[in-house]
Design a protein around this ligand. Structure first.
Ligand SMILES: Nc1ncnc2c1ncn2[C@@H]1O[C@H](COP(=O)(O)OP(=O)(O)O)[C@@H](O)[C@H]1O
Ligand SMILES: [Mg+2]
Length: 224
């Protein structure tokens, strides 16, 4: 489903090209739970952003669900991001002034979903992450782990089949981190494809497959 062939990527710093990903070939099938690992600066976020259609490649090819991403128009890319991909970040990125329910509802505001249906879906999404009883709380009234749950409910509200998560436990204490990983495992069992960046071994242990980057090269690809 996710297919990278000979993908390279550099960032340009003035005259100098800084290679960040070097000749990455990678296939991720539907329903896999994959951890991308490696030291800081090894290219994990860049690779994840490419997989999430948030960044472009310089060389090679990337196809997602049969669509050649380099050749896709902005509209096609926007449709893929909105319909197939759900994004979760280290820093939750919730809107502070609106409650948990409204945060979850947000991605539907600009769609044609009727208000009553939006509310119903937002409640169901909060229930799926175990936070139905916190619907009226503002983000500041929630713990870090609860805020990340709200962010995950928001990512799921449009019904994506692929979850893209960059260090989703990076801002959490260990207990909340494991809590979030149990939720990811639950989503994986529901059939979601999960691609997650982490540099923590005990977090990556929840995944069925670990890909290790070093200096932009794929050093290891382990299934377990
Ligand atoms: N927008 C950018 N412009 C220039 N260099 C960047 C940019 N984004 C990332 N880099 C560089 O690319 C390398 C890999 O970054 P990144 O993918 O964020 O690594 P990781 O997530 O593994 O820490 C780092 O050296 C980083 O400084
Ligand atoms: Mg990173």
């Amino acid at each position: 489903m996710i297919d990278l062939q000979g993908v390279s990527k550099s960032y340009r710093l003035g005259e100098v090209a800084l290679p960040v990903l070097k000749d990455i070939s990678l296939h991720i099938g539907a329903g896999e739970f994959v951890a991308i690992m490696g030291p800081s600066g090894s290219g994990k976020s860049t690779l994840l952003n490419i997989i999430g259609c948030l960044d472009t490649i310089d060389e090679g090819s990337y196809t997602l669900g049969g669509v050649a991403i380099e050749a896709a128009s902005e509209d096609e890319l926007a449709a893929i991001r909105n319909q197939r991909l759900g994004f979760v970040f280290q820093s939750f990125n919730l809107i502070p002034r609106i409650n948990a329910l409204r945060n979850v509802e947000l991605p539907m505001i600009y769609s044609r979903v009727a208000p009553a249906e939006r509310l119903r879906r937002a409640h169901a999404a909060l229930q799926n992450v175990g936070l139905e009883d916190r619907a009226a709380h503002s983000p500041a009234k929630l713990s870090g782990g609860q805020q990340q749950r709200v962010a995950i409910a928001r990512a799921l509200i449009t019904g994506p089949d692929i979850i893209i998560a960059d260090e989703p436990t990076g801002s959490l204490d260990s207990a909340s981190g494991h809590d979030i990983m149990r939720l990811f495992s639950h989503l994986h069992r529901q059939g979601k494809t999960v691609v997650m960046v982490t540099h923590e071994d005990e977090i990556s242990a929840y995944a069925q497959r670990a890909i290790r980057l070093r200096d932009g090269l794929m050093e290891k690809d382990e299934r377990r």
